[in-house]
Design a binder for this molecule. Structure first.
Ligand SMILES: [Zn+2]
Length: 224
């Protein structure tokens, strides 16, 4: 059995932007480090991009066998085992994702409250720096007035400045918790307080399929 060696620094501190790490192995041109701030896409959250020394990293993906994180460089590189590298993630992008990811959880709770418990996630969606797109099951046509209510309630919760707690149970089971709502399993990166999110827009996206509706969340200040 292959054991994961990559320590996930974004689980210790989601706000860490730079780090030093040792190269554990190179597979093809993909680099595995002993620790990293680069989030590898999972649960709908996009990967981080950034740099290892001067080498541009365009993607980070989880190795299915070991759960190690592969740093995918833009071109060639000369990294080899035991080299020490300095990593830096694209913070503006990551921070926007942290805000949108946290907002998406709030949208889920409010969707359930407004549309009823059958309105569940139909997919893990896609959370990038521009938008969060998540499909929900809908038994009835989406009522635009109710969606406007979701928009208002989510923004009202955000403004109240609730602390967000994340942590690990049983080694790798990550959870997310905001006061007043049930805990949710999630391995993504989030902000520490809802007030950091700022105002969001919740709207209907293009129709993804029968019995589903796509709900899109975007950050107001990023929209201009
Ligand atoms: Zn999450």
């Amino acid at each position: 059995m292959v054991i994961c060696v990559t320590e996930k620094l974004y689980w210790i501190d989601a706000y860490q932007k730079e780090f030093d790490a040792k190269v554990i192995r190179v597979e093809g041109n993909k680099i595995v480090l002993d620790k990293t701030c680069f989030f590898a896409r999972s649960g709908g959250q996009s990967s981080d991009t950034g740099y290892l020394d001067s080498v541009r990293v365009i993607d980070a993906v989880k190795d299915d066998n070991s759960s190690d994180i592969f740093h995918v460089p833009e071109g060639s590189h000369e990294f080899k085992k035991d080299d020490v590298v300095h990593g830096k993630i694209d913070w503006k992008k990551r921070y926007a994702i942290m805000k949108l990811h946290s907002a998406s959880h709030l949208v889920y709770y409010v969707m359930q409250a407004v549309f009823g418990p059958s309105c569940k996630n139909a997919s893990s969606g896609l959370i990038s720096e521009n938008k969060s797109k998540i499909d929900y099951y809908f038994e009835e046509p989406l009522d635009p007035e109710k969606l406007a209510l979701v928009n208002d309630r989510v923004n009202w919760i955000i403004k109240q400045g609730h602390d967000i707690e994340t942590g690990t149970r049983n080694e790798n089971e990550r959870y997310w918790k905001v006061s007043g709502f049930p805990e949710m399993p999630c391995g993504g990166t989030h902000v520490k307080n809802t007030s950091e999110i700022g105002e969001v827009t919740v709207k209907k996206g293009k129709k993804p399929g029968k019995g589903r509706q796509r709900i899109e969340v975007s950050l107001k200040q990023e929209a201009n």
